[in-house]
Design a protein around this ligand. Structure first.
Ligand code: HEM
Length: 519
């Protein structure tokens, strides 16, 4: 019911409708007739008949039990019969395209009254457009696909193509030349790592973990070997199809017997008798987007060592879904290659030089993961700040408990420190050559990746304590907490397990201690 045409009703009038068959309530100045709905109410009838609810203003009671989105659903909007005379609704949920005014819900550069040395006016304009796009185009599909487990809708992928988001998610570089980015908001040659950080962080804000990967997460890790090491023929054919969202690609490295131990992989590629093709045999496990990929960037054991080969879906390639702790939207697959064939010209990089091809993308890939980890834990901070404010326990808001405030302090500090370190590293990336990044930032990025996901795991655990049973319930108030807590272990594994990365960072530092430095 649009508020300008809503019937004006007095509080006294509402108060008269407080019986089982004639039941009205006020929520944020809106008047709802629950007489028929009460029998369908998921929370039962008796709560609605409570003397502080029936015929009364139940705003606080409502918001301590329901998310705002309940009121936005058409089937519940229909229950509204008017508004309280002279009053207007004050409460809102998520406003499409807007920044949140909840403290710490946004990084400081997006918070009123704060400053940043890193983000330009162009970044700010760009962020607004990207947020609006994700809120309006992606958000509802993410919720729906998370619920039904199907792959992200092609219409969303096509709309992302129209503004060249698939290309921008690959970072700055030649692949952007000639493309109109976000309707011309940023020139391809001016697109930098801060623009890319914005895309990754806005994307995380609206999507759910499995959906986020389903929306071409495989391309972010599977396409760089083609971009950087493919032959001119392969690049000319494959890159436009993938960046235009027409074909899907994934990175197929890990196997049942070997993950981080890349040299221990058992999938083999041998040359056909005429020397024109690779013949590939073996299997791959946990391959993001594998169930619907058209192209597979495959790590293989070859005569000379380890080689990366682009395999196209066809005879001898079979994919089946693996059930993971997040939804099947990500298309996580078990893949078998039984005498699958690929032309020798599909070799990515040197024969036997596969390890270099794989390692060369690690920094960027891990940095992308840091961008998402920093933003996803911030979303949990916002959930917890709001929940502890609207939830009443022992007659007071939950945050009246010092132990709860202490948990909030930890969450806020972790989200802020992760983001601030990330912005600093991003600035270094903008000002370093690729080679400098490889030597100076590999350790920093590995440490940040390890730090941010370990912060995320602490925050997930604390958030469940703050939300109680709702933190482990897939619907209702704590649904995002449940989701985060269930999926954060994955973030802490991909791109290198926390301990491995932390150790890598320290080893890089130890190597650089000057030989003549002493205490
Ligand atoms: C327009 C009015 C209302 C609608 C449309 C509504 C709808 C719902 C829905 C959809 C749920 C399922 C949980 C969720 O998805 O969040 C729910 C649960 C519940 N509702 Fe309502 N409700 C309304 C008013 C109220 C009021 C006034 C109370 C009184 C305190 C109430 C008490 C509850 C309780 C106790 C639950 C169970 C919560 C839980 O399991 O954590 N509801 N309601």
């Amino acid at each position: 019911m649009a508020s300008q045409e809503a019937k004006q009703i007095s509080r006294e009038e509402v108060g008269k409708h407080n019986k089982p068959d004639d039941l009205w309530v006020i929520i944020d100045s809106r008047v709802y007739n629950l007489s028929k709905f009460k029998a369908l109410h998921p929370g039962g009838i008796s709560v609605l008949l409570d003397e502080e609810v029936a015929g009364q203003d139940a705003t606080d009671a409502f918001f301590s039990l329901h998310r705002y989105e309940v009121l936005e659903k058409p089937q519940y909007q229909r229950l509204q019969i008017g508004v309280i005379m002279g009053e207007k609704p004050r409460i809102h949920g998520r406003i499409s395209g807007e920044t949140s005014k909840v403290p710490y819900a946004e990084p400081t550069w997006l918070t009123d009254g704060y400053h940043s040395p890193y983000f330009s006016e162009n970044h700010r304009i760009f962020q607004k457009a990207v947020r609006k796009f994700f809120d309006e185009v992606v958000f509802s599909d993410a919720q729906d696909r998370e619920a039904d487990g199907k792959r992200p809708s092609q219409i969303v992928i096509d709309k992302m193509t129209e503004v060249n988001l698939h290309a921008m998610r690959m970072g700055p570089g030649k692949h952007l030349h000639g493309r109109v980015l976000m309707n011309g908001l940023v020139k391809p040659e001016e697109f930098d790592y801060f623009h890319e950080l914005i895309i990754t962080q806005e994307f995380v804000r609206v999507s759910l973990r499995g959906y986020g990967d389903g929306l071409l997460g495989g391309k972010v890790i599977g396409l760089p070997p083609v971009l950087n090491f493919g032959s001119e023929e392969v690049k000319a054919r494959v890159i436009p199809e993938v960046l235009d969202g027409k074909k899907f690609i994934c990175l197929a490295i890990s196997e049942a017997q070997a993950g981080s131990d890349v040299m221990g992989l058992q999938t083999t590629a041998v040359k056909s008798e005429d020397g024109k093709e690779w013949i590939i045999n073996g299997s791959k496990k946990w391959i993001t987007n594998g169930t619907f990929a058209d192209y597979f960037t495959v790590g293989c054991k070859t005569e000379d060592g380890f080689t990366v080969i682009l395999v196209e879906r066809g005879e001898g390639v079979n994919t089946k879904q693996i059930k993971t702790s997040y939804s099947s939207t990500a298309g996580t697959a078990y893949i078998t290659f039984d005498n699958a064939r690929a032309p020798i010209s599909n070799t990515l990089g040197e024969e036997g030089g596969g390890i270099f091809v794989i390692l060369s993308n690690f920094n960027h890939e891990r940095w992308v993961m840091c961008c998402s980890s920093a933003r996803s834990q911030r979303a949990i901070v916002e959930e917890c700040l709001l929940w502890t404010t609207q939830r009443q326990v022992f007659g007071k808001p939950l945050h009246a408990q010092a132990v709860v405030r202490s948990k909030l302090a930890g969450m806020i500090s972790r989200a802020e420190s992760t983001q601030n370190w990330l912005e600093n590293i991003t600035y270094q990336m903008c000002n370093m050559s690729y080679k400098q990044q490889a030597s100076k930032l590999a350790g920093q990025i590995a440490l940040l990746k390890s730090f941010s996901t370990s912060c995320g795991q602490d925050t997930a655990r604390d958030a469940v304590q703050v939300f109680g049973g709702r933190g482990i319930t897939q619907s209702g108030m704590g649904k995002f907490i449940e989701h985060y807590h269930r999926t954060i272990p994955f973030d802490a594994l991909l791109g290198g397990a926390e301990d491995v990365l932390a150790d890598l960072g320290v080893r890089q530092a130890l190597r650089q201690i000057p030989k003549n430095a002493r205490l």
